[in-house]
Design a protein around this ligand. Structure first.
Ligand SMILES: [Zn+2]
Length: 348
């Protein structure tokens, strides 16, 4: 499986000469974007931009796109930074080597793809797309299932333990606190402050999501589990209503899914998605319809089963994973999942 990501790198104080060459190239590029006049841009960069922006309206400012054939990346023993990136500039054969500081460390197993150059105030940034091929494990000793929670972002359950694990409880508090703040700022018409608070809230929630996804993947690694997630797309069509809207709008489960998938794949752990619809209404013991009787408690009218509603949902996801990944009594995973009723219907 091919995974890719963007490495955000700051260009560290290059020599005056290099800075001028880079700035010249970048300035010429911006003039070209605005006016179409070419005062000197590296040919492949220009061709690359023309290709991508063929039919698009040109905007005021664009990041400078570098073709991967025109750049080079190396990891050195240099004291300043081990990471160096060579970019092409017009009029300097072989381009210029720039010391860069990525937002996270990488090793040489990654393949370098295209890059984009940005300028913010006097600093230059290069966003580099990197990718690598990972091999996913095909057999596991347990299943780790996750469902969207009511009070938490997600409820998880391990097939080997079957006790609930509630994740991201703090997000609700963050949300509530910021809703209160927003109201105060709106009343006082402090719109700039309001905008700042919005991005602050987003960063805080994202930080929790990163921690939760890291925890989940480590748990799966420790227990040799395959990860099964409730797929929100499943309820998009069928289960519209209050629950649907609340999940989509306020609980960043899809973002969490994305983080989990990414981090799991890096460690060779497969992630399977199963239908999420009705997991909150179905009794995980007898399969009949039940109800959420009061805050967070699920009660089955058929078999009288009672449990935390989020745990019941996660158990349903765990049960649904059976048909996807169990083969001959063992947990196995094939990159081509077996056909479900739905995909079978679509195939016809
Ligand atoms: Zn029941």
């Amino acid at each position: 499986m091919l995974i890719s990501k963007t490495l955000k790198c700051k260009v560290l104080s290059p020599t005056q000469k290099k800075w001028e060459l880079l700035n010249q190239e970048y300035t010429n590029f911006q003039i070209y974007v605005r006016s179409g006049k070419n005062f000197g841009i590296y040919s492949l960069t220009k061709a690359n931009f023309d290709f991508v922006y063929k039919n698009k309206a040109r905007k005021k400012k664009q990041p400078m796109p570098l073709h991967n054939q025109s750049t080079k990346f190396k990891i050195t023993g240099s004291k300043l930074t081990p990471y160096w990136f060579r970019i092409p500039v017009k009029g300097k054969r072989g381009g210029i080597w720039l010391p860069i500081k990525p937002h996270e460390n990488i090793d040489s197993s990654w393949e370098i793809r295209e890059a984009k150059v940005f300028k913010r105030k006097k600093d230059f940034w290069i966003y580099i797309t990197i990718r690598k091929e990972v091999e996913l494990k095909t057999s596991y000793s347990s299943v780790l299932a996750l469902d969207v929670g009511e009070k938490v972002i997600a409820a998880a359950v391990l097939s080997s333990v079957r006790k609930p694990i509630f994740l991201g409880r703090e997000v609700r508090g963050i949300r509530r606190h910021h809703a209160w703040l927003r109201k105060r700022l709106q009343e006082r018409e402090l719109f700039k402050k309001l905008k700042e608070m919005r991005s602050k809230e987003k960063r805080r929630v994202e930080l929790v999501l990163h921690e939760v996804s890291k925890y989940i993947v480590e748990l799966a690694e420790k227990n040799d589990s395959i990860i099964v997630l409730g797929d929100l797309k499943g309820i998009r069509k069928q289960d519209k209503g209050k629950r649907f809207n609340r999940i989509i709008n306020s609980f960043p489960f899809s973002k969490l899914s994305f983080f989990i998938e990414y981090k799991a794949h890096l460690k060779g752990i497969a992630v399977v998605k199963v239908r999420e619809d009705y997991t909150s209404k179905t009794c995980n013991r007898c399969g009949e319809e039940g109800k959420r009787v009061r805050q967070g408690l699920f009660k089955c009218s058929h078999c009288k089963y009672q449990a935390n509603a989020d745990f019941n949902g996660a158990m349903n996801i765990l049960k649904r994973s059976w048909e996807h990944i169990f083969q001959d009594g063992a947990v196995a995973f094939s990159p081509e999942p077996p056909m479900t009723e739905k995909t079978r219907a679509e195939a016809h």
